[in-house]
Write a protein that binds this ligand. Structure first.
Ligand code: PLP
Length: 390
């Protein structure tokens, strides 16, 4: 977390602890803090304060954006196959439609157009397309998507999951294109367990949580005052520093990816840098298995991620890479290095200096295993992963 955000939340665990829903002066003080936070967030998004709804996380905001409007007005939902599960699962839950993405992970506009055609069945009530992908970093062409949705389905709500984009993209330039937006505090130096759903005035949706009527009946539940205040402080600082952070992190990311590409012909850059977020360095190591790579990187103090879900003991390639049509064998070698505001030149130097030995350690055995098996299948690389991990 940003130290300023930690500082901002501390008084709400002690002297300013009151429940903002009360009527005494301590409660009014806590409610004033929420009002201030709401103004700050609205300002960052270029929207009205009354349109900001504080939630418990990005998942809750996403679920509300899909289930809320469809429960209140009927109809179905449409989203691309590369969305976060917080969108995909509710869309699948209501029997919505999943459309394809191209090899850069951008929405296939012809499939979106076809899904919005009333001849296809249910009326589309919600279209949800993330501002940027959390695994590979691809930024979606929201301006073109918005134009298409407005033309073909003018009554549909256009929602964007901007959870991953918030640290990098100008959110105030995105809100005019859409009707709803989800954010989550822990993606830009705020706390975990606090989210925002922005919903344009006049948008009707059924709340997920019914109860005390907080957030003008749109999200019941006692406010997480400390979290909300810290969310606003982290977002305010992120927006103020965004341009300089983006320039610096883009340079670091390029140095990292160029260094990896120069190291071995087995390194593949997953999507083009022209269409992705500055902090995203997603690469695939042909013939290697990401579980082993992550293990050896972790031993060097490098915390990366495989973008794979480990279901029932088997490493399943990411649904995002599958949607992009990446070969299963290549997807098994996918690694997501995430850079941020605190990443330094020394971090990149360290990674680039330890990587050759890690690749040396993995490559010959993988090749030997593949030659022995006469194939380059995921089975042979999994065997290698088991060896390294044991
Ligand atoms: N959407 C995206 C794109 C995400 O990356 C995440 C979290 O990683 C979420 C939604 C869910 O947010 P939360 O963890 O706050 O529920």
């Amino acid at each position: 977390m940003r130290p300023e955000a930690v500082q901002a939340m501390l008084p709400f665990f002690s002297e300013r602890f009151a429940n903002p829903s009360g009527s005494h002066r301590a409660s009014r003080d806590a409610m004033l803090a929420i009002d201030d936070a709401r103004e700050i967030v609205a300002d960052c998004l270029g929207v009205k304060a009354g349109e900001i709804i504080f939630t418990g996380c990005g998942t809750e905001s996403d679920n509300t954006a899909i289930l809320g409007p469809t429960r209140s007005a009927g109809g179905t939902a449409v989203c691309p196959a590369s969305e976060h599960h917080a969108i995909l699962h509710p869309v699948e839950h209501i029997g919505g439609r999943i459309i394809g993405v191209d090899e850069q992970c951008q929405v296939r506009m012809d499939e979106l157009g076809a899904a919005l055609d009333p001849a296809h069945g249910d009326q589309v009530r919600v279209v949800s397309v993330m501002a940027a992908n959390n695994e590979v970093g691809t930024i979606q062409p929201l301006a073109a998507i918005s134009t298409l949705v407005r033309r073909l389905a003018p009554a549909a709500v256009l929602h964007t999951d901007a959870v991953q984009a918030a640290a990098w993209l100008d959110l105030a330039a995105i809100t005019p294109l859409v009707d709803m937006m989800s954010l989550s505090g822990h993606k830009f130096g705020g706390p975990k367990g606090v989210g925002v759903l922005w919903s344009r005035d006049g948008q009707r949706f059924e709340p997920l949580l019914l109860g005390g009527g907080q957030e003008r009946d749109r999200r019941s539940g006692t406010h997480n005052v400390a979290g909300i205040v810290a969310f606003a402080e982290a977002l305010r600082l992120t927006v103020a520093e965004r341009e300089s952070t983006n320039v610096r992190v883009t340079m670091l990311r390029n140095r990292l990816v160029d260094g990896l590409l120069a190291m071995s012909p087995c390194v593949v850059e997953t999507v083009s840098r022209d269409v992705k977020l500055p902090g995203s360095a997603h690469v695939m190591f042909e013939g290697l298995e990401n579980e082993s790579l992550l293990f050896l990187l972790d031993q060097e103090g490098i915390c990366a991620s495989a973008a794979s879900a480990c279901a029932s003991g088997a490493m399943e390639p990411s649904h995002v890479l599958a949607a992009m049509g990446v070969r299963r064998e290549l997807a098994h070698g996918a690694i997501r290095f995430s850079l941020g505001r605190t990443t330094t030149d020394a971090d990149i130097d360290h990674l680039l200096s330890v990587m050759p030995a890690i690749l040396d350690r993995l490559t010959p055995t993988v090749e030997a295993a593949n030659i022995a098996a006469g194939t380059r299948t995921s089975t042979s690389t999994t065997t290698r992963a088991e060896k390294v991990l044991s």
